[in-house]
Each structure stands twice: as structure tokens, then as C-alpha cells.
Write a new protein. Structure first.
Length: 133
């Protein structure tokens, strides 16, 4: 039994499965974990807000509100495109890159998603029926 587990440990340490833990890599992995948790929390809060608050009909939105929504959506679209680029790069790196490169670009993708969720929250706050203009 001990001999078998020692052989598995040796196999893992040979480089077949290797995770470098230099300070920068560790920072990227910790940041990815924290940002992913934060992104999930923001998305969850937005989903709860959307399901519990009524929105104004489109016809009742003022021109100021429509302009604000247009600006928010323009900025959100930019970040969404950047996030999609980082996601595609992450997919490529999943097959052709290192684990550290993958984690780095997934972290950037997660940051873009957080920004997009914040813009979605701003848009929703503009069209809330209980908002006082």
C-alpha cells in the first residue's frame, strides 16, 4: 500500500502534473478565486433584485433615463467584447498554454464579467419602478 502511494507521488512530482507556486502564480490563483466568488455574489444579488422589483414600462422612461441607459449599454458592450476576447484566449491557452497563463486570462475575464454585471445593475437601477427621478 505504501509503495503504491509513493509511486503515485513520484509520478505527480515528475512533471506530469505540476503546479508552480511562485509568488506571482499564487497571487493570480488567489485573485481568481476571490474575484470568482465576488462575481457569483454580484450576479446572485442582481438576480434577486430583478426578481423582486418591478420595472418601468419603456414608454414611461424619460429622455434623460434613455440617454443614461444608452451610455451604460455602450460601455457594457465594450467590456463584454473585451471579456469575450479574454475567454477565447483562455480556451486557446487551456490547450496550448500553461496553467499559469490560463489562470491569468481567466482572472482578466472574471474582472470583465464583474464590470459587466455592475453595468447591468446600473441599467436595472435606472429602470426600477420605485426609483425616484
Amino acid at each position: 500500500q505504501l509503495h503504491f502511494s509513493t509511486r503515485i507521488f513520484d509520478w505527480l512530482m515528475k512533471g506530469t502534473i505540476r503546479l508552480s507556486l511562485d509568488p506571482i502564480s499564487t497571487l493570480v490563483y488567489v485573485a481568481l478565486l476571490i474575484l470568482t466568488i465576488y462575481n457569483i455574489r454580484l450576479s446572485w444579488n442582481l438576480a434577486k433584485l430583478k426578481s423582486s422589483v418591478a420595472v418601468k414600462p419603456f414608454e414611461s422612461l424619460s429622455s434623460l433615463e434613455l440617454n443614461e441607459i444608452e451610455k451604460i449599454n455602450h460601455d457594457r458592450r465594450k467590456w463584454s467584447i473585451v471579456g469575450n476576447i479574454f475567454f477565447v484566449l483562455s480556451l486557446v491557452l487551456a490547450f496550448a498554454g500553461t496553467l499559469n497563463q490560463l489562470a491569468y486570462f481567466l482572472t482578466l475575464y472574471t474582472v470583465c464579467n464583474i464590470i459587466v454585471v455592475k453595468y447591468n445593475t446600473q441599467t436595472f437601477n435606472v429602470i426600477r419602478a420605485d426609483r425616484h427621478s
